[in-house]
Design a protein around this ligand. Structure first.
Ligand SMILES: [Zn+2]
Length: 78
């Protein structure tokens, strides 16, 4: 079972196909259940390779920041 935090940490490896299959599968199943991660990854998939390489270096902070606000909003409502 992966969390959003795991996804953020493993995302660059995942997109570069550097993750072991087991991790990649767990990540994929998290992504298919998590709209936040799915949307985020989609936006990286459409980026050009050059853009992606630049963006990948910035992921952890930005991704965590976005997820934190996303989850905070959700918690408020629940
Ligand atoms: Zn997630």
């Amino acid at each position: 079972m992966k969390t959003c935090q795991d996804t953020a940490e493993l995302l660059s490896d995942y997109l570069e196909n550097q993750l072991p299959k087991e991790d990649a599968d767990l990540l994929k199943s998290h992504i298919s259940d998590c709209p936040a991660c799915e949307a985020f990854i989609k936006s990286f998939r459409v980026a050009s390779e050059t853009t992606r390489k630049v963006l990948l270096r910035q992921i952890p902070q930005d991704f965590n920041h976005r997820l934190t606000s996303f989850l905070r909003e959700r918690t408020k409502q629940g």
